[in-house]
Design a protein around this ligand. Structure first.
Ligand code: AAT
Length: 279
């Protein structure tokens, strides 16, 4: 038996994932969820919400680069971007790397996620310290999206699992509202969980987005601290096809996972994932 203290997440009723910890830095119950910041040996500092890993210092780059750069390099002129959720700041940090992005708005329901990320995860939250392109709203993303029309070039749904405050972010009516909030050539992308663990959710969400957006595509990335390690993102686009991008023209950018070749490769799906989204 290995000694030390462990954080264990019940990823499903039949699957647990443990990380050895060196210390618990902070815990609190916010008006929306239980929040913890812990130090782990394998993954560095970790943000946990409602007993689920949201991000870690060592693997956050995969998720944040892949939720951002695929859409931002598909849209030819992504001037105005909205991130729903993502209070740790990782996605918005990637967005502001793009020269064409003039404004990136973060709409996070839980102000405590923003504040504690700034305190304990400054490497991830770097764009939340007064970056000139960044605007931060503490509000419900469902409500905010309903109040906007023809406003954004790209909308990213960087949300928690579809329980509690994020339930509405996985509903067909929400994707309809996202469609309206986008400009006529806009693109949305949402994190859509694991094809091993959440197959039904992926099928349902893909169908809903496909019924609204003319171009709907799913892509994958490897995220070790999320259930099963294989993660999906679903993109809905009014016009541009992410697989038709001339990747040789993508501007150089400092990344650790995303590359122009991977932009295309991420859409090559294993057969069992293709089967989840077929007509
Ligand atoms: N950047 C990776 C981290 C997350 S955090 C997702 C955020 O979505 C949380 O901070 C949560 O407070 C926020 N959120 C939930 N519901 C809403 C809402 N209705 N409006 C705005 N923000 C909301 C995502 C991790 C992915 C999960 C992988 N297991």
């Amino acid at each position: 038996m290995s000694s030390g203290f462990w954080y264990t997440e019940e990823q499903t009723p039949n699957l647990r994932y443990s990380s050895k910890i060196t210390q618990t830095l902070h815990t609190e119950t916010t008006p929306f969820q239980e929040l913890a910041m812990i130090d782990t040996v394998q993954w560095g500092r970790m943000l946990v919400l409602d007993n689920m890993v949201m991000t870690t210092i060592k693997d956050e780059f995969v998720y944040h680069e892949m939720i951002s750069h695929v859409a931002l390099n598909t849209h030819p002129n992504p001037k105005k971007v909205m991130i729903i959720g993502g209070g740790d700041g990782g996605a918005i940090r990637e967005c502001v790397k793009h020269a064409k992005v003039e404004k990136a708005v973060l709409c996070e329901i839980d102000g405590r996620v923003i504040e504690t990320s700034k305190e304990y995860l400054p490497e991830i939250a770097s764009a939340l310290f007064g970056h000139p392109k960044v605007e931060v709203l503490v509000a419900d993303g469902v409500k905010h999206i309903q109040e906007n029309e023809n406003e954004y070039d790209v909308i990213m749904v960087d949300s928690t699992e579809p329980v509690g405050p994020a339930e509405g972010l996985f509903a067909a009516e929400f994707y309809q509202a996202v469609y309206r909030a986008l400009k006529p050539d806009g693109i949305m992308v949402a994190q859509t969980e694991s094809p091993f663990v959440n197959a039904d959710l992926i099928s349902r969400v893909f169908k809903d987005i496909r019924s609204i957006f003319p171009v709907t595509k799913l892509y994958l990335a490897s995220i070790p601290t999320y259930p099963s390690g294989l993660w999906s993102f679903t993109m809905g686009s009014k016009q541009y096809d992410p697989e038709a991008v001339d990747v040789s023209a993508i501007p150089e950018m400092e990344t650790r996972y995303y590359t122009p070749a991977l932009h295309k490769a991420a859409f090559c799906l294993p057969k069992f994932v293709q089967d989840l989204i077929k007509e």
